[in-house]
Ligand binder design. Structure first.
Ligand SMILES: *Cc1c(COP(=O)(O)O)cnc(C)c1O
Length: 381
């Protein structure tokens, strides 16, 4: 029987033989680069850690189970996973992407992707007609973030799946912002799901990791082959840390979301805050679509201040909240997307999306919400 997702965070698919690993309740760290062969041409199932490792394999099973994937590969970072996804595309392929993607994704597309002969169009993927109008004879993939980073636009994944079927495109979704706890793109038709495991899955701002998941055997085979060839694998120790993080994914995300909703509502009432972007607010333009396709709205909030001076003062004055890149962990973090995560996005694109000097992004952690609000209040005063 398949268990509920909160249970699968802790026990995975529960296929493990209880006597395996001497009955250890926690999967041990197999800190070994190589595995001896029992005989000529024989294998224990593991040969060399770049290809596979028992600790990492357990983590991969857990994430595959959470995402409802046929296979999931654990990479050394989210960018390594996105790099693997790009390897599925042939020279000359055209990709349509959400217009406000994680800045690192834009960077890899515009540099390594373009130099490999790939072409990218950045479109508001919340508008399916706009996406369809950009499809040409070379288009091979749609690359979606929903909610998007950092303006929290919601893309209708069912509408993207329809286009993917009609034009035979690969549907790739970066599911970092909601994590598999709140959203499962494969069930909605995605071919590939990528994650920065550094964020909600790891959850403690102490490890870098990435995942690439697929529901398709043919793609899994190609990805596994490229993975063992290029070598951006997650170490056994880091696999252990992410697995430990995932055990509390359900409780962390429920608390983070509850805190985020309170903070978003509080921010709306502040006179120095002119706009709040949060998928959990009913007035958010993507609220209904998100509600239909996800089980929650997460804990990422962006907001706009009245002046650049206010935005800078917030970054300089927060005490409990750290002014730092990254997101999704138990600690609340605030960033200045214009200078940090989106520094490599073209200025005219940033301007169009409103990622300006008054725009801040907040990742809400699990601290007491009253303390978080008090910190923001003194920083905004
Ligand atoms: C952080 C992030 C990435 C990159 O992941 P790393 O683990 O930092 O390499 C990709 N996509 C999104 C949405 C992210 O937030």
């Amino acid at each position: 029987m398949e268990h509920n997702i909160a249970t699968r965070c802790i026990h995975g698919t529960n296929e493990r033989d209880k006597n395996e690993f001497y009955g250890a309740v926690t999967v041990p760290i197999f800190q070994s680069a190589t595995f001896a062969h029992p005989g000529i041409g024989e294998s224990t199932g593991y040969n060399y850690t770049r290809e596979s490792n028992p600790t990492r394999a357990e983590l991969e099973k857990v994430v595959a189970s959470l995402e409802g994937a046929e296979d999931c590969i654990a990479c050394s970072s989210g960018m390594a996973a996105i790099g693997l996804a790009l390897e599925l595309l042939e020279y000359g392929a055209h990709v349509i992407c959400s217009e406000d993607l994680y800045g690192g994704s834009v960077r890899i597309f515009q540099t390594i992707g373009e130099s490999r002969g790939l072409h990218f169009s950045y479109v508001n993927t919340a508008d399916a007609a706009a996406v369809e109008s950009q499809i040409n004879k070379d288009t091979r993939a749609l690359y979606i973030e929903t909610p998007s980073n950092p303006t929290m636009q919601i893309t209708d994944l069912a509408a993207m799946k329809k286009l993917a079927d009609k034009y035979q495109l690969l549907l790739i979704v970066d599911n970092t912002f909601l994590s598999p706890y709140f959203q499962n793109p494969i069930a909605l038709g995605a071919d590939i799901v990528v994650h920065s495991g550094t964020k909600f899955l790891g959850g403690h701002n102490d490890v870098l990791a990435g995942f690439i998941c697929t529901g398709r055997k043919d793609l899994a085979e190609k990805l596994r082959y490229t993975y063992k060839t290029t070598g951006a694998c997650l170490s056994p120790f880091d696999s252990f840390l992410v697995m430990r993080g995932i055990k509390t994914l359900a409780v962390r995300l429920e608390k983070q979301q509850e805190n985020a909703l309170r903070i978003a509502e509080w921010l709306k009432q502040q006179k120095k805050v002119t706009q709040v972007y949060y998928a959990g607010l009913p007035e958010h333009p993507g609220y209904e679509v998100n509600k239909r396709q996800a089980r929650g709205y997460g804990s990422m909030i962006s907001f706009r201040t009245d002046t650049e001076a206010t935005a800078r003062a917030v970054l300089e004055r927060v005490k409990l909240i750290s002014y730092a890149e990254s997101l999704g962990g138990v600690e609340s973090l605030i960033t200045y997307p214009m200078l940090q995560t989106h520094g490599d996005v073209l200025p005219e694109v940033r301007e169009r999306l409103g990622i300006t000097e008054t725009f801040l992004r907040l990742s809400v952690g699990i601290e007491d919400v009253k303390d978080l609000i008090a910190d923001l209040a003194q920083a905004l005063s």
